[in-house]
Every structure is written in C-alpha cells, then in structure tokens.
Design a protein around this ligand. Structure first.
Ligand code: ZN
Length: 257
C-alpha cells in the first residue's frame, strides 16, 4: 500500500475536521430542539431563509460574510466557526499522534462525537442517550483496535455503572444533593470501556484534577454558576485517547518502576 505523507494526512484531517465540525454545530443545535438532522435544509435562525451551499462552507462562509447573514444581516454566532476550528484542530492532533491506521480512523470518528456531546452539555446541561450510545460503540471500537481487551473493558464499565448507581443512591438517601449525576457515570463507564486499566486510572486522576481546577475557577469568577462535570470528563477522555502511548510510557512506567 502507498504510504501517504504526513503533511497530506494532516491537511486531510483538517478538512475532515472542518466538515464534521459543521455537522457538530448542526447536530448540537438541532438535537436539543427536537429537530431532525436528516430532514430539512439549513435555515438562517433569524429570517428563516434557506441557506445555499455557498453559505455552508465551514469557517470560510462565516469569514466571507463577516459573521452576518447574507439575507437579513443578523449576526451569526461565533459558535459556528469556533466549533468547526476546534473540531478540525482536535482531528489534526489526533492524526499526528495516532500510532496505527486503525486508531487513526477511530480517533477521527470519535472526536466529532465527543465534541457534539461537550457542546450540548455546555449549552444545555444534558447528554442525549442516543449520542452517548454512539460514543460507547466507538469506545468499544477504540479498545478493539488498541489492545483488543473489549471484554475486560465491558467488565470494568459494568463495575463503574454499578458503583456509580450505588453512590448516586447513597447521595439521594442522605439528601446531600440531587445525586451524583448519571451523565457523569455514563461517561466514566465509556472511559472504562475504551482505555486500558492503567490509562483509565490516569483518566480518573486527570478528571479529578481538572474538575477541582474548574470548580475553583468558576466559584471565583461566577459564584452562582452551577458547574457540570460532563464536558470536563469528555475533555479528559479525549486527551487520554490521543495520548495513550505517552501516558503509558511517561506516567505509568514512572509509577510502576
Ligand atoms: Zn437571516
């Protein structure tokens, strides 16, 4: 098979990320509003004018139209180019750090799924079960191409779900709070399925540290803001997926030796 040079692969990953970033913006807008992703043309949310293909080129349409609707002049949110550029950047990093072609494909597929869930969590504070299921299937695929230990991953994920449900029930029984939040439990289970045990332990530690950091930052900046952990868990999960090899050689080996 002909080896494609890295530069070409990175450019292709950026283009892929822009196109799928556009899908992330559409899905994260439509899903919480109960709108179908398959049916209906894209419309301007303000004047409801049907958008032409030239209005839908990721990032470029927004820049060319100076962030305004071509038909009514309304401001089009920066969320669109921001999400598209972020997805493209993550796809390029994923491509650069993939250790095998199989992992590369799964990383390219799982990155837009993680982005969609993170955007919906940040904007609407919930995780749609259908998307979590897609993420879980891709997590299983990642484990399959990583070390093949899908059954071990499923066993650990089941353990995480049972433990999470028990802790959640405990919280509710003591009426300490509204509970642990089952979205968090589902994402931790997805992590347990996708990551080898030693990387999963790193994932738990990183998620805890990031969560403490963001809670402190938010408490200082916006004391009344109710912090949700799902997007932090998703960010930690994505990092552990792309940096799996680095985590194994740098941290795990350092602790074991
Ligand atoms: Zn308009």
């Amino acid at each position: 098979m002909v080896e494609i040079p890295l530069t070409i692969r990175l450019i292709l990953a950026a283009l892929f990320g822009l196109v799928f970033g556009s899908l992330v913006t559409a899905l994260s807008y439509r899903q919480p509003r109960g709108l179908s992703i398959a049916k209906g043309r894209s419309l301007c949310p303000y004047c409801v004018h049907t958008l032409a293909a030239s209005d839908l080129v990721p990032v470029f349409s927004w820049v060319l139209n100076k962030g305004l609707c071509r038909y009514c002049g309304a401001n089009i949110s920066w969320r669109y180019p921001a999400i598209e550029i972020t997805t493209a950047t993550l796809c390029v990093i994923g491509m650069a750090l993939s250790t095998t072609p199989e992992k590369m494909w799964v990383l390219l597929a799982i990155t837009p799924a993680i982005m969609t869930l993170a955007v919906i969590d940040i904007e609407h504070k919930y995780l749609p079960n259908g998307l979590v299921l897609i993420l879980a299937l891709l997590a299983g695929a990642m484990r399959w191409v990583s070390d093949g230990e899908v059954l071990a991953g499923l066993a650990l994920a089941s353990g995480v779900v049972i433990l999470g449900l028990l802790v959640d029930a405990g919280y509710r029984a003591c009426m300490v709070s509204e509970g642990l939040g089952l979205g968090n439990v589902k994402l931790m289970a997805v992590g347990a399925l996708a990551l080898p045990l030693e990387v999963f332990i790193f994932f738990l530690a990183l998620t805890t540290l990031l969560s403490i950091f963001f809670v402190v930052v938010y408490k200082c900046m916006r004391p009344n803001y109710e912090f949700y952990f799902c997007s932090t868990i998703l960010a930690s999960f994505w990092f552990c997926l792309v940096a799996e090899g680095f985590i194994k050689t740098s941290f795990v080996v350092a602790f074991i030796d």
